[in-house]
Structure formats: C-alpha cells, structure tokens
Design a protein around this ligand. Sequence first.
Ligand SMILES: CCCCCCCC/C=C\CCCCCCCC(=O)SCCNC(=O)CCNC(=O)[C@H](O)C(C)(C)COP(=O)(O)OP(=O)(O)OC[C@H]1O[C@@H](n2cnc3c(N)ncnc32)[C@H](O)[C@@H]1OP(=O)(O)O
Length: 221
Amino acid sequence: MDFRIEDISEEEIDRRLSVVEPLTDSVRQLVDAVIRSEVSDERLTAAKDRIDEIVADLREQQRPGSFGTPYTKEFIGMPWGNAAVGARNAVAPPLHVRRSPGLAECEMELGAAYEGPGGCVHGGIAALLLDQLVGEAASTDGLPSFTGTLTVKYLRPTLLGALSARAEVTGREGRKTFVHATMSDADGVTVEADAIMICPKDFELPTGDALPPPADRRLDR
Ligand SMILES: CCCCCCCC/C=C\CCCCCCCC(=O)SCCNC(=O)CCNC(=O)[C@H](O)C(C)(C)COP(=O)(O)OP(=O)(O)OC[C@H]1O[C@@H](n2cnc3c(N)ncnc32)[C@H](O)[C@@H]1OP(=O)(O)O
C-alpha cells in the first residue's frame, strides 16, 4: 500500500484541486458523450485522433503505477486516484462524502457511464460506492478499516439519476467494525449492504509529536 507523505499546505491542496477537478469533469463529459453520441462514423474517428493527441501529451510526464494516497504531515489524505471519490479519476462519480462520527453520507448523480441493466445502475457500481461509504464510516475515528466482508442486497432496480447513500456504524468488537449502508432514490431504499470492516493487526499508523491524535485526523480530502 502507498501511504507516502507529501507535505503541502491546505492552500496548495486547494490550488491543485482547482486545476484537476475541472479537467476530470471534462473527461467525465467525454465518457458520457462517447456513450451517447450519434454523430457520423467519420466524426467519431476524427474524435479518436484528437483524443489520442491529448493522451500522448499527458503521457509526456507520468508517475509510475497508480496515484496512491499521499498524506500531509497534518494527516490530510489526497485519494485523488480512488475509484469512488478520486478528484483525478473520471471513473469516480465522484462521491462528495460528508462525515461525522460513525456516519458517512452523500448524494450523487449517476448517468449513462454507470449503466447495468438498461436504464438502471450496474450492481457492481452500487457495491463499489457502498464499499467506499462503509470504509469511510468505519474510519471516522481516524483509524483505517478495510472491508473484510460486504453483503449486498438489491431490493429493487436502481434507476440512473439522482441518488443518495448513507453508511452508519452499528457496532464494534475488537478490531472489527460493523456497518450498515443504503442507497436510495426518491422513493426510498433500493440497495442495502452490511459490512464487517477490519483494522488489520499489523497495520501501524505513523506516530510522532507532529501528528494529530487519531480522532482529529482527516483521512481524506
Ligand atoms: C500514512 C497514513 C496511513 C493512513 C491509512 C488510511 C487508510 C484509509 C482510511 C479511510 C478512507 C476510507 C477508504 C475506504 C476504501 C473502501 C474500502 C475498501 O475497498 S478496502 C479494500 C478491500 N478489502 C481488502 O482488500 C481487504 C483484504 N483483506 C485483508 O487485508 C485482511 O484479510 C483483513 C485486514 C480483512 C483481515 O486480516 P487480519 O489478519 O487483520 O485479520 P485476523 O487477525 O485474521 O482476524 C481479525 C478478526 O476479523 C475477522 N475477520 C478476518 N477476516 C475477515 C473477513 N474477510 N470478513 C469478516 N471477518 C473477518 C476474524 O474472524 C477475526 O475476528 P475475531 O477477532 O476472531 O472475532
């Protein structure tokens, strides 16, 4: 796992986000446009050539492997490549998660890129997003928890569109945290999930006088 420290200020985080968030949003628009475009084959081929040029330009300087999650010394995380919340990842809707102790909530708009059955959210996408949310709820005390078991129950089809999701810690037992989560549309819950989250036994968080206590750590941004 990549837990590198990149000690930048909150102002610098904001500055970087102000550059990459609009870029990532444009890529999301591109994905949606490709799925739904009805222009001619010639225009589709011309679009491919223009996109290939942009890819070659961005590849001039690339970091090796994935983005990872760098942390500042104040323990603010930057999970910008994350598949559910990543500010640089057009695959992520992205979720903008609100956290309070034992609770994680968000609203989202899922469009054509998240389709499974026609007009409906893909079951794997619902599981992905709820997995992120249970991880965030379980980690609100500042200690990391990884998903051990995630059980997902699809109650009825989730139509693409405006949705909300919520995860709440229901119990703790040693290194295990139990979390219940739901995804809902305007008519109520469509998917529910139960997770057993586990803080790995050999996992050591960085320590030191400079670091805030676990409860004050902001594990992501
Ligand atoms: C520099 C700073 C660093 C900061 C770090 C911050 C971190 C980020 C924080 C917050 C942001 C939120 C991010 C959310 C992301 C979304 C969530 C995911 O997608 S997570 C990825 C998918 N999950 C995996 O890849 C897990 C892979 N599995 C493992 O790593 C291990 O198997 C693990 C940790 C799950 C358990 O390993 P063991 O060795 O610690 O566990 P043992 O000691 O054997 O068991 C402990 C207890 O847990 C139960 N247990 C073990 N495995 C279980 C399982 N799979 N399901 C249910 N229970 C299990 C056991 O029965 C035992 O229970 P008994 O104490 O006896 O009651």
